[in-house]
Design a binder for this molecule. Structure first.
Ligand code: URP
Ligand code: ZN
Ligand code: ZN
Length: 465
């Protein structure tokens, strides 16, 4: 059914303006000050958006739904991930295809994409994990690019589980990505420092709180300096995922001064939560990698967001149930990751816009426009431009509510933000003209979500070698 959103206020990264929006055949067909309903076909459903903000559908650029890892699988399936995302105003996610080193990259990508297409109700695209380098990888990357994926994800840590690529291989991989204009995204933690600290830790208990000491901000900073140095030397852009620390942010600033094109995202948890949570009885519920830091780090990251040094907020949504999380209290074996997609919008609105740190336009840039541009899916996603996908989040900025374990839709059964009072809620999420959520009702159809082919990452458009 076609839709006409009347009396709302559209917000893009550029402006805020009273406008009506007409959606036909899943695309945005008209955006104008007023659209006269009497001139529309009887079949068009009119949605009264008085008092609501109309955002381009939000994008969570870092999710791990149905992640099979460490001998288990994460709590939120593709169906559950889609549902909780839609309730959070998110209509597109960027998830990850792991690198199965026994097969060409394209096989992992095709399998992941097919599995998601069968179950997702929101749209999605992928980052391709690369956990090893070989002579075959450049050709394999070409196939990945042809399939519509233009970003790879690497780790500078986890040598112990075979994720880390050693120096020579990394240089060769970066060079191949530069030549193919693929964006390298990096989980940045210095493995050597972490190994050293583990050794020094000796036989002291590996408590949840020790996680923060064993993977300190310095590890992030060192890895960023190393990766940024390499990218600078090769004359290519690079992107740091889930930035967690003031030290890491400072390193990024210094690399930029030297001319390195380095971009970054942070997450709601590194902006809002602190490592004191790791002293609690239920501390495993708050374990992710990199670990939570200090309130000073929270403030520095917010400053980075408001001043533009951090251009994207994504969640690293990676959930485990209470039972999975609390099955270990040893920081080396607690399953890492927490929920976030559904909480992202109210948290960033409350602690960013309401606190005066960012404007509403900036919120839309961080959660929709910038990820779309960075990862090559703009303007199909992240815009309200005529002819593009009608992905729209209707946001009521006035609703005051409390995030609780019961209010959230994650199969994890808990939220790390339990008890947090927030202002603002997504009241309707529309994906390609279909209403996915309407208040508390979910209409999403598993398997209706589509893979979005990405083009050249935005940063390559500005890049001159
Ligand atoms: O602890 C986390 N972040 N789990 C998800 C995987 C990753 O490293 O991003
Ligand atoms: Zn990571
Ligand atoms: Zn992740």
């Amino acid at each position: 059914m076609d839709l006409c959103i009347k009396n709302g206020t559209i917000v893009t990264s550029e402006h805020t303006q009273r406008s009506d929006v007409l959606i036909s055949g899943g695309k945005i067909s008209q955006v104008s000050e007023t659209i006269d309903p009497s001139l529309l076909d009887d079949q068009v459903r009119i949605i009264d958006a008085s008092g609501l903000l109309v955002f381009p559908g939000l994008i969570d650029a870092h999710t791990h739904y149905h992640l099979v890892s460490r001998g288990t699988v994460t709590a939120d399936s593709f169906q559950e991930g889609s549902r909780l995302a839609a309730f959070g105003g998110v209509s597109t996610v960027i998830d990850f295809a792991d690198h199965d080193k026994t097969r060409p990259l394209i096989d992992s990508l095709t399998d992941r994409s097919a599995a998601m297409a069968a179950e997702m109700a929101i749209d999605f695209t992928l980052h391709q994990g690369v956990y090893g380098m070989s002579e075959q990888i450049p050709e394999q990357l070409k196939a990945v690019r042809e399939a519509g994926v233009h970003t790879i994800k690497i780790f500078t840590t986890y040598r112990n589980v075979g994720y880390l690529i050693e120096t020579d291989g990394l240089r060769a991989l970066f060079t191949a990505c530069r030549d193919l204009e693929l964006m390298v995204t990096v989980h940045a933690e210095d493995d050597e420092l972490i190994e050293e600290l583990l050794l020094k830790h000796g036989d002291q208990p590996f408590t949840p709180a020790a996680h923060a000491l064993l993977r300190p901000a310095e590890a992030e900073e060192r890895a960023i300096r190393y990766i940024g140095g390499l990218a600078g030397e090769l004359g290519m852009p690079v992107y740091i995922v889930h930035l967690s620390s003031e030290a890491g942010l400072k390193a990024i600033g210094e690399l930029r001064v030297k001319g390195v094109q380095i971009s970054t995202e942070t997450t709601p948890h590194y902006l809002q939560l602190t490592k004191e949570l790791l002293d609690r009885e239920d501390a495993p519920l708050y374990i992710m990698t990199p670990p939570l830091r200090s309130a000073q780090d929270n403030r520095a990251l917010w400053k980075g967001v408001s001043q533009g040094a951090i251009s994207i907020i994504a969640t690293d949504h990676c959930t485990f149930t209470h039972e999975q999380k609390l099955s270990s209290h040893d920081c080396r074996t607690i399953y890492p990751g927490i929920p976030g997609t559904e909480e992202m919008l109210p948290l960033i609105h409350t602690f960013g816009v309401e606190k005066g740190l960012i404007s509403m336009e900036k919120l839309v840039a961080l959660l929709s426009v910038n990820p779309a541009k960075m990862f090559g899916i703009y303007p199909q996603k992240g815009s309200l431009i005529k002819g593009t996908d009608a992905d729209i989040t209707l946001f009521d900025p006035s609703i005051r509510w409390t995030i609780t374990n019961a209010s959230q839709h994650t199969a994890a059964g808990y939220t790390p933000y339990d008890g947090t009072e927030v202002k603002g809620k997504a009241v309707m999420t529309i994906r390609r003209g279909e209403i996915l959520t309407e208040g508390d009702t979910y209409h999403g159809v598993p398997g209706s979500g589509r893979f979005v082919r990405a083009g050249r990452p935005g940063i390559y458009h500005r890049h001159t070698r």
